[in-house]
Design a protein around this ligand. Structure first.
Ligand code: URA
Length: 241
């Protein structure tokens, strides 16, 4: 494992800014191999050295797993002419190699998982694994029972056969009809095309779960945070990754 500066290690592992990492060092809260460390430029080996914050070990994470509440108008890509989900990450979470595991349309909002762990992302996206993605869709008009059944059984659009989807109406107080839809595949504009083929239009689309893991409701649109070890483990266990 290559050596790295201590302040860089702290900011990447704790998702704090370099300035906050330096402050932590000045406050003598960090020790390296038993000795209090105050120098940001100290070279550490993340795998071999014992680095503690307030006496507790900072376990080294090789990969980052980030949960983002994607706002509308942002593109799910690493690089693009327009603003991407990577561009809007807070500075302390930005690191080379990050990419979104799966795509949402520019106007779709909600849960995007961003990582630099290619194998993990590949398993989540693999078409043979059928990982469930849950969306709340707002439609122009109510779907009929026949239309709901068609989508539940697996709708056919021209030559294209879609897998069966779970679809249920959500209780509504006012406004346009909303449904929860759970897909096990990710085709281009899938939900819009499914309802569009029935003469209905999607007015809003929000992804709320990936593999049964819910988007943190405290994340406001545009906000991101590191996923907890528990969340990563849950997702990995559920998907047998
Ligand atoms: N289906 C769509 O039509 N768009 C998305 O962004 C995701 C699923």
């Amino acid at each position: 494992m290559p050596m790295m500066r201590l302040d860089k290690f702290l900011s990447s592992q704790l998702a704090i800014s370099r300035t906050d990492a330096k402050k932590m060092l000045r406050q003598k809260r960090i020790s390296v191999n038993g000795a209090v460390a105050i120098k940001p430029e100290l070279q550490v080996d993340p795998c071999a050295d014992s680095i503690l914050l307030d006496g507790r070990v900072i376990a080294y994470r090789q990969f980052l797993y980030i949960m983002q509440n994607k706002p509308a108008g942002v593109v799910s890509a690493s690089a693009d002419g327009s603003v991407t989900v990577i561009d809007i990450l807070p500075q302390e979470l930005k690191r080379p190699g990050l990419f979104p595991a799966g795509r949402l349309d520019k106007d779709t909002t909600g849960f995007v998982l961003i990582t630099d762990d290619g194998a993990f992302a590949h398993s989540l996206l693999s078409p043979v694994r059928h990982v469930e993605k849950t969306y709340v869709v707002t439609l122009e008009r109510e779907a009929t029972m026949e239309e709901i059944e068609e989508i539940r059984k697996g709708i056919r659009i021209g030559e294209e056969q879609f897998r069966p989807a779970k679809l249920r109406p959500l209780v509504q107080t006012d406004g346009l009809p909303q449904y929860e839809i759970i897909l096990t595949e990710g085709r281009y504009h899938q939900i819009k095309r499914m309802f569009g083929s029935q003469g209905n239009a999607v007015c809003a689309l929000r992804r709320v779960q990936i593999g049964g893991l819910s988007l943190d409701p405290s994340l406001r649109p545009g906000e991101s945070r590191l996923m907890t070890d528990e969340e990563i483990r849950l997702l990995a266990i559920r998907q047998n990754i």
